[in-house]
Write a protein that binds this ligand. Structure first.
Ligand code: PRT
Length: 110
């Protein structure tokens, strides 16, 4: 039986939390934490740029790969800054059923 998206994100986030005690020589995530917010933001920026480039090409597998890298590094940023997966899903849930156009207007957008 395959895992649900919720399970995968939950398990990944638990791993990210556990890597706060890990050795950077044996863990990529611990290496990111060790590099601090600047390294995490650098990687996040790179992954965002790689996603934009992939989105302009027809290869959907390549775009999926880059989106996964982008989500992964976003979650590392969340974990490092003390934001939980639950915080993010609660915010998304809060927006559900509300038009994106209403949300945009509430933010002062046009
Ligand atoms: N999901 C991921 C994941 N996605 C992407 N990456 C890493 O993110 C990096 C993406 O950077 P790039 O595309 O720039 O590739 P790169 O040239 O190898 O990267 P750099 O050397 O420039 O950092 C790669 O090194 C990938 O291996 C990930 N590393 C870890 N995970 C998850 O995190 C868990 C813990 O990982 P460790 O902390 O390494 O045990 C793993 O079991 C996975 O579940």
């Amino acid at each position: 039986m395959s895992e649900t998206p919720e399970n995968v994100l939950q398990r990944l986030f638990e791993t990210l939390e556990s890597r706060k005690q890990a050795d950077p020589s044996s863990s990529y995530v611990a290496r990111l934490y060790d590099g601090g917010i600047d390294l995490i933001l650098k990687k996040l920026g790179e992954e965002a740029a790689e996603t934009l480039i992939a989105a302009k090409n027809p290869d959907r597998a390549a775009l999926t790969y880059e989106l996964a890298d982008l989500w992964f590094h976003s979650l590392v940023l969340a974990a490092q800054t003390g934001i939980s997966l639950n915080d993010i899903t609660k915010e998304l849930a809060r927006r559900m059923g509300r038009s994106g156009l209403d949300e945009k207007a509430a933010r002062g957008g046009q």
